[in-house]
Design a protein around this ligand. Structure first.
Ligand SMILES: [Zn+2]
Ligand SMILES: [Zn+2]
Ligand SMILES: [Zn+2]
Length: 184
């Protein structure tokens, strides 16, 4: 009986914790059924559906008033649940990185950073890369150097942040909250 009660307690606690954790991996949104995209976590899916059918990628201003200097780069394509980067075909990922880097350069010159948060801290299911001015003080020695955006790896766990360096890019892996590398 005690075990049963404990189980029930755990279940209730998990249920209460769910909205706080915003587990986007459980998202059941389906673009074929607009009703399923009314959830708050799915508002970027709705934005994607508003784009012209031939627009493969698009840019949005971050609507968070506390992040006035931020942009988001997104693909029009949906994937199930948390829209993980690894769920997208390689050509779409490459295209998204090229699109995001071009937009970042236009807005911030050589001082840009792009961040992809891990799914544990994401509040929107639809794939989005944060673009902003790079916070120099965020630099660490743990990075992977790549010459081309096509060589940016897909994280199995957590997110990543990218910024330009001489001859290529730094890719910083292994963190969930990555957008702190960008000026708000
Ligand atoms: Zn969703
Ligand atoms: Zn979506
Ligand atoms: Zn770096």
């Amino acid at each position: 009986m005690a075990a049963m009660r404990l189980l029930r307690f755990v279940a209730a606690w998990l249920w209460l914790a769910a909205p706080l954790a915003a587990d986007v991996s459980q998202c059941a949104c389906d673009p074929a059924n607009p009703e399923t995209m009314k959830a708050r976590n799915c508002s970027l899916c709705v934005e994607a559906e508003k784009q012209p059918p031939d627009a493969e990628f698009f840019l949005l201003k971050d609507i968070n008033p506390r992040k006035p200097n931020r942009w988001l780069a997104l693909p029009r394509m949906h994937r199930p649940g948390a829209h993980e980067l690894r769920e997208y075909p390689k050509p779409v990922r490459d295209g998204l990185w090229r699109f995001a880097v071009q937009a970042a350069r236009e807005k911030f010159g050589g001082e840009w950073g792009i961040a992809y948060n891990g799914s544990q801290v994401r509040t929107q299911c639809h794939l989005h890369l944060h673009i902003g001015r790079f916070v120099r003080a965020a630099e660490t020695k743990r990075f992977l150097f790549v010459r081309r955006v096509e060589d940016i790896p897909v994280p199995e766990e957590g997110g990543l942040w990218v910024h330009p360096v001489e001859g290529g890019y730094h890719v910083h892996l292994g963190e969930q909250i990555t957008e702190t590398a960008l000026v708000r």
